[in-house]
Design a protein around this ligand. Sequence first.
Ligand SMILES: [Fe+2]
Length: 455
Amino acid sequence: MSEPQPVEYDYRVEQIEGSLPAGLAGTLYRNGPGRWEDHTGRPLHHLFDGDGMVSAFTLAAGQVHYRNRYVRTRHFRGKSGTRHLGTAATGGWLANVGRIPPNLANTNIVEHAGHLYALWEGGPPHEIDPVTLETRGVRRFGGRLRWMGSYSAHPSFCPRSGEMFNFGVEFIPRPHLRIYRTDVRGRLEHFRSARLPYLAMVHDFALTQRYLVFLVSPIIPDAMPIALGLTPLGDAMHYRPERGSVFILVPRDGGPIRRVECDAVLQFHLSNAYDDRGDVVVDAITYADGRLLGRIARFHTSSLSDAPSEFSRFRISAAGRVSREQLSDTPCEFPRHHGGYQGMAHRYAYVSSRRRLGSFYDSIAKLDLIDRSEASYTAEAAGNSFCEPVFTPRPDATAEDDGWLLTVEYQAAEHTSRLVIIDARDVGAGPVATAALKHHLPQGFHGSFSPGRAD
Ligand SMILES: [Fe+2]
């Protein structure tokens, strides 16, 4: 599942089971680390330290075409430093002091205003050719993405305006969120900045019709050992629940920023959020404690499966009170929903989840957030696992769940991967079609579906 894949492929997938849905045409793009070594062959230990490898599954005319390419970052080309999140550069502290990890472009891939971007939260996007997957270069949007150029891997799209919102964590002169808005023509502008209570890892945010919603978890680096080059960054990140959390609500209309403090919450991914009269409702995948951080830092030798998560809902009242409710105790990650319902009261969330104890994400689940029920499909063979389920609606659909979930299943016994397509109305029925690759893919992080790309 996390074996590297050094080969770049380009072929028509022969082994298709079931029938590809007639209305499903376009490309599923996926991104994730493909190899965990630097250009000298030195192994890297942190899950996040692998070079970004982009995959494209193109569905057109009843066929599936597969292609993958590494993003040609400076790191991939052997032209950047080798101090990584989880692995120090060789040469002791002198070789590490003042160095920041290289941009690996390995976390997400999204399309906006006709451009396809491979994203990594500590630096600017790499633009990717949507057909060939060749790397077109680093994009700073005409120089408007300044400073470190931090640009999170989780932009959010307004379904009404077509704008893409995103942010970067910057720490000079003080820790803050630098927030960007990109219009439908692809023009990026600095929208707002918001001070952070402490230097923290902020990975994701949510968008309502009124607010950008940030939930700051106290994942705090030990600044001194990092600055002195004594500790790899990944080993110096700690969960500090005594510091508490804060919701930062940034009004889209330019009004004053609201900050609402609450008990510490450990999360990486928010799901949807929406305004409910004066309240703001936001869903998140939350963890009970900080064990996950250590597991990720040493993923080759430790299991990710003993850091249980749950699906939680937070309500922030107009008076500044936060209430919390567990919507599902099924361990899960990688929440997705219908993009047309972004920022609106919605009914369904889709997640990778875990049914078998001790397994990785062996299931795809559909959570009904109104009935509080869930339906899931579990891989038939033990050891198999699914990545994030990407939802795409059926053309002309009116029901929220009328569409498909696209995910990639790693099949352990065969050591191969396959594209899995599930009808979102009936997740329990399992795949309506699968397309088996001739090889495996490392499971990767995030992706998106671009409809209608038939070439
Ligand atoms: Fe993420």
